[in-house]
Design a protein around this ligand. Structure first.
Ligand SMILES: [Zn+2]
Length: 221
């Protein structure tokens, strides 16, 4: 049994980026934990929005079968106003406690500044001598955000690791559906149909019916 950790900026990123893969880890007997750094609501909704998102995150975690979800409630869309060392320490504390062998997080190449901060903080928290038990760190895409990164040379999401989620795509969609405030109508990338098409598209890269794509940032055999 392995220990897996997903580090996300906002409630919903963890399932949009890696929901099918996390469900697959759960099915194989791994302990799967999530940290969500920001409350994800205060930049858009009135005060009750954060509570609603917390409920959604809890239900979504249950749908995936997560062992735990840590909601840290840092300010939405303002993680870049916090010294990076503080965000890094918040991630590091959980990494040191859980000692995950596999970590999933954002890519810094993303239109959302919070995603970039979380990617950098996680990368630092998971440096080899700080987390020697860690075998693999991978970056996921966040549909509706990663693809809107600055269109500069070298900035596109180019995955080199694909997880077959044909058997867990339904579970991912069920988990995403818990986030009722974040779902949009098709063809928005955060619609169930677009997420299904996206999984089929990435699956076609590697000859499976559905996949989630990742960039392997560091691996150790
Ligand atoms: Zn996000």
């Amino acid at each position: 049994m392995g220990v897996v950790l997903v580090v996300a900026a906002h409630p919903d990123d963890e399932v949009l980026g890696a929901g099918g893969t996390l469900a697959k880890h759960v099915a194989s007997g791994d302990q799967v934990h999530a940290i969500v750094l920001s409350e994800g609501a205060s930049s858009r909704y009135a005060a009750e929005g954060a509570g609603l998102l917390r409920d959604s995150a809890t239900r979504s975690a249950e749908a995936i079968g997560l062992t735990s979800i840590h909601l840290l409630d840092l300010p939405d869309q303002r993680l870049d106003a916090i010294p990076l060392i503080e965000v890094t320490h918040a991630v590091e504390e959980v990494v040191l406690e859980l000692r995950p062998e596999t970590v999933y997080t954002h890519t810094p190449v993303d239109v959302n500044a919070d995603h970039g901060v979380v990617a950098r903080a996680t990368w630092t928290a998971c440096r080899p001598y700080a987390a020697p038990w860690l075998h693999r760190i991978l970056a996921f895409e966040t549909p509706s955000s990663t693809e809107w990164a600055w269109p500069l040379e070298g900035s596109s999401f180019q995955p080199n690791w694909f997880v077959d989620i044909a058997g867990t795509l339904d579970r991912k969609l069920e988990a995403v559906s818990c986030y009722t405030t974040e779902l949009r109508d098709y063809p928005h990338p955060r619609s169930l149909q677009a997420l299904t098409e996206r999984a089929r598209f990435w699956g076609s890269h590697v000859g499976v019916a559905a996949a989630e794509p990742f960039i392997l940032l560091r691996g150790r055999g």
